[in-house]
Design a protein around this ligand. Structure first.
Ligand code: ADP
Ligand code: ASP
Ligand code: MG
Length: 819
């Protein structure tokens, strides 16, 4: 039978968790022509237990309970599997006696302790191979067992084991000569060294074993069966949205494995590559899923970046100094020193100024590397500048991998942009000449956030945004219902995943993980799971380390909340609000908020503070950003006052209209809050500041429509005496009408910086005379719109339109991050 028809299957520990899983494994092996080789890991958790058992024995501790637990587990599995076929229990019990002897020996601190320890680490594969062989029917069913210690010969190398191919090939041929072409179960992970002592291929090494056996028998294919659907675009434990990659080239799989994708041991690809053996990674629990096919060449087209991975526990070594520029051989000396000290280098970066070289090494080798470099660059002693070497631990390397990067511009920009938006500081960056991999070194504490941000930046998953909502009053409630309706579409169409992770009012709050459904968030806040409000804890939860983007929506009318904005913005939390306090309050606080945005690279958006959902601030900002010059603003900025003056034609007294507006819910509970003009003045200040004017409410000339005698009385008394408003207003209306004008309530900002709010008489052709109901209207007079001002008009009040303005700002904050 031609050897090319051998198919190698490898089963990881999770696929061998118990007897039931082991029994099911036979159904996964294709039974076409040719023979099969089944390479097995130890049962799930066994290697960890053995590593610990050996360490305990070596330290003189009590290893017996661990030994007994392992023995029970394996003998029970043997009983379960051996009930209707060959029983592996006897052989396994014998293996446990050997382990017992080894552990006892280790406790006596023998000189060859390392060797015994290595031998102990590998027993799990011996046991599991016996169980699997029995489950497949044993010898009688044509299933032999290969103890890889009798076939594979390896030596320890710098970056993992080095296979002695000649010796291994010879032994494999010997085994085949003795047994012929047959099905066999093979122990993964273990091998022998040149002296014949048992050793291992390093943790997670069964994938490598399988690839070596596939090479030795020139297999037609290798299938690695595991507990995920295949190679995913990122570690699913860190990025829940990671997606299974249907295909990868050998080179891509290699880079991902090297940079930490645990699903494949980094040495797996090389033995397959040299023989062009196809590899498929599949899920034991979901065999109907095709998994990931890894072949010699990438499929043309497709995304430039396929996957991302991170290597943790790294350190930066940096050699810097003026004396290095242009001096030949510095890099050579540095890497020779590291090589000499047995330190392997994961990533190198050197700026073109040549003032420093930095490389990334494993944290546990950093100090050794630093000392070696320091020794290789002694102080020159002739007054020339000395070089300094620094080791910084707490680093991880994030790698973006894909054959499609070759020749695709903008990949690095997208990666770095995504990281910057997530406030991840990049310590070093390197791109391999193959252009198949861009790696960045970032703080280890940022690992998850960086990975998620990069994953979203390449559209491999939706952009995940952590949202906290404060003060869910009417506007907040409307916002939640709009979010509820829009979130599914935002996810699928725009790749945005807004997660409501916190909600709170002045008394209570709920912090949630992974997030609350918008339609039940309020019930959750009112329910028993809420806790006492604490704005610091609230913000800290929203700005979680693992979430790339964070945003607080302040729907309260609280000045105390507004006082937190600067702090939040500086910490990288976007702030969106319809609350006017920050925009119109104390100038120093406003200036601090502006500065904090720069520091935190965050955004402060408040469109809904003026004209609710109308694009008033957006329009002004666009005019100024495109170089127009603002001459002035005239605006009807209060829906209540607009309604009153639209209706006020003298046919009914002004006070009657105020009463009607109250009944319709158009006014504040105390209508003096509208009539005082103060709220309009606040909006005018917000607009003026947007235009770069240092204006405060105190600088605005505000006309209070409430006569002085009524300004400070109780609300009840005020309402009782409401008709005192009528006579003065009547007089103004008559004067205006006589001149052919009508009354409107207007906010005005003039070119000279003066600002006023009050009732004015306007001619019939003025746009403000043509508004409806509670419409707001804002006129921008600018250099470009000099003769005919630019007008923004429409409903400027009400929870739904205000919430829409807030929602628009949320999207503006986070979508700018996706550019
Ligand atoms: P096995 O026991 O089958 O060898 P491992 O635990 O060694 O399984 O490897 C599979 C695990 O690797 C997955 O459960 C997953 O948590 C992790 N993993 C890390 N990165 C990736 C990735 N990019 N794609 C798939 N799995 C990954
Ligand atoms: N059983 C070994 C380990 O846990 C090898 C493997 O699972 O690949 O590291
Ligand atoms: Mg593994």
């Amino acid at each position: 039978m031609p050897s090319a028809s051998i198919h190698v299957h490898k089963f990881g520990g999770t696929s061998l968790a118990d007897a039931a899983r082991i029994r099911a494994l036979g159904t996964l092996l294709d039974d076409g022509a040719g023979s099969r080789l089944v390479v097995v890991s130890a049962m799930h958790g066994t290697t960890n237990a053995l590593v610990e058992l050996a360490a305990t024995a070596r330290n003189g501790g009590n290893w017996h309970p661990a030994w007994e637990a392992l023995r029970q587990r394996h003998l029970q599995a043997a009983d379960a599997l051996g009930s209707d076929g060959p029983h592996p229990g006897g052989a396994i019990a014998g293996d446990f006696d050997v382990l017992h002897a080894d552990a006892a020996m280790l406790a006596t601190r023998p000189v060859d302790a390392d060797r015994i320890e290595a031998r102990i680490h590998g027993y799990g594969e011996v046991w599991s191979s016996r169980l699997v062989q029995a489950a497949l029917g044993g010898d009688a069913a044509g299933w032999k067992r290969i103890d890889a210690r009798e076939v594979l010969v390896v030596a320890a190398g710098e970056t993992g084991v080095v296979v002695d191919w000649a010796a291994s090939r010879e032994r494999h041929a010997g085994w085949r000569a003795a047994h012929g072409t047959c099905n066999a179960v093979v122990t993964g992970y273990i091998a022998s060294d040149a002296q014949g002592h048992a050793t291992t291929l390093g943790r997670n090494g069964s994938d490598h074993s399988a690839a070596i056996f596939a090479n030795l028998c020139d297999a037609q294919a290798l299938t690695i069966w595991t507990d995920v659907d295949g190679v995913l675009s990122a570690d699913p434990r860190l990025v829940a949205e990671a997606a299974c990659l249907p295909s990868l080239s050998h080179a891509e799989a290699n880079e991902l494995a090297y940079f930490g994708a645990k699903v494949l041991h980094p040495q797996t690809l090389a033995p397959l590559q040299s023989r062009g053996i196809a590899l498929r990674i599949r899920n034991t629990l979901r065999p109907h899923v095709p998994g990931t096919l890894v072949t010699a060449h990438a499929e043309p087209g497709g995304a430039p970046v396929k996957g991302l991975s991170v290597v943790r526990d790294m350190a930066v070594l940096e050699l810097s100094g003026n004396g290095m520029a242009g001096v030949p051989g510095v890099a050579e000396r540095l890497f020779a020193a590291l090589h000499g000290a047995g330190v392997s280098v994961t990533m190198i970066s050197q700026g073109s100024s040549e003032h420093s070289i930095c490389c990334i090494v494993r944290a546990d080798q950093a100090e050794r590397g630093r000392a070696a470099i320091a020794a290789a660059f002694p102080p020159p002693g002739n007054g020339a500048p000395a070089q300094s070497v620094r080791a910084t631990p707490g680093i991880c390397v994030l790698a973006a991998v894909g054959d499609g990067m070759v020749g695709t511009p903008g990949v690095a920009a997208r990666l770095l942009g995504g990281l910057a938006q997530a406030r991840v500081n990049v310590r070093a960056i390197a791109q391999g000449a193959s252009e198949r991999n861009i790696s960045v070194a970032v703080a280890d504490a940022d690992a998850t956030r960086a990975l998620r941000a990069a994953h979203a930046a390449f559209w491999l998953s939706p952009q995940c945004v952590s949202v906290g909502i404060i003060g869910p009053g009417q506007v907040g409630r409307a916002l939640l219902s709009q979010l509820d309706a829009a979130l599914p579409g935002l996810r699928s169409r725009s790749g945005l995943d807004l997660r409501i992770r916190a909600i709170g009012d002045s008394r209570r709050m709920v912090l949630s993980e992974p997030g609350m459904a918008p339609d039940t968030a309020l019930d959750t806040l009112r329910g028993e799971g809420s806790q006492a409000a604490d704005l610091d804890a609230f913000a800290a939860h929203v700005r979680a380390e693992h979430m790339p983007h964070a945003l607080v929506v302040d729907c309260s009318a609280s000045d105390a909340v507004a006082s937190r904005y600067a702090q939040w913005l500086a910490a990288g939390i976007h702030v969106v609000t319809p609350n006017k306090h920050a925009g119109s309050g104390e100038w120093a606080r406003y200036a601090a908020i502006r500065d904090a945005q720069r520091v935190g690279r965050s955004r402060f958006r408040y469109e809904a503070t003026v004209g609710a959902g109308l694009p008033v601030i957006l329009t002004l900002r666009n005019l100024l950003d495109t170089g127009d010059e603002l001459h002035g603003i005239d605006g009807m900025l209060s829906g209540t006052l607009a309604w009153l003056f639209n209706r006020y034609d003298g046919s009914r007294p002004f006070s009657a209209l105020v009463r009607e507006a109250m009944d319709l819910g158009y006014t504040e509970p105390d209508p003096r809050d509208d009539l005082s003009g103060l709220d309009v003045a606040r909006k005018l200040v917000i607009l003026a500041r947007e235009a770069g004017r240092e204006l405060s409410v105190a600088d605005v000339d505000v006309e209070n429509l409430v006569p002085t005698g009524l300004q400070h009385v109780e609300r009840g008394e005020f309402l009782a005496r409401l008709d005192e408003l009528d006579a003065p207003m009547q007089a103004r209306l008559e004067a205006a009408t006589a001149a052919g004008h009508g009354l409107r309530h207007l906010a005005r900002l003039d070119r000279d910086g003066s600002a006023s709010v009050g009732v004015v008489a306007l001619p019939a052709e003025h746009p403000c005379r043509h508004t409806r109901l509670t419409d707001n209207l804002v006129q921008f007079r600018t250099a470009r719109y000099a003769r005919n001002p630019l007008v923004v008009q429409g409903p400027g009040a009400g929870p739904q339109v205000t919430a829409a303005g807030v929602f628009g700002d949320i999207l503006a904050c986070v979508q700018a991050s996706r550019a």
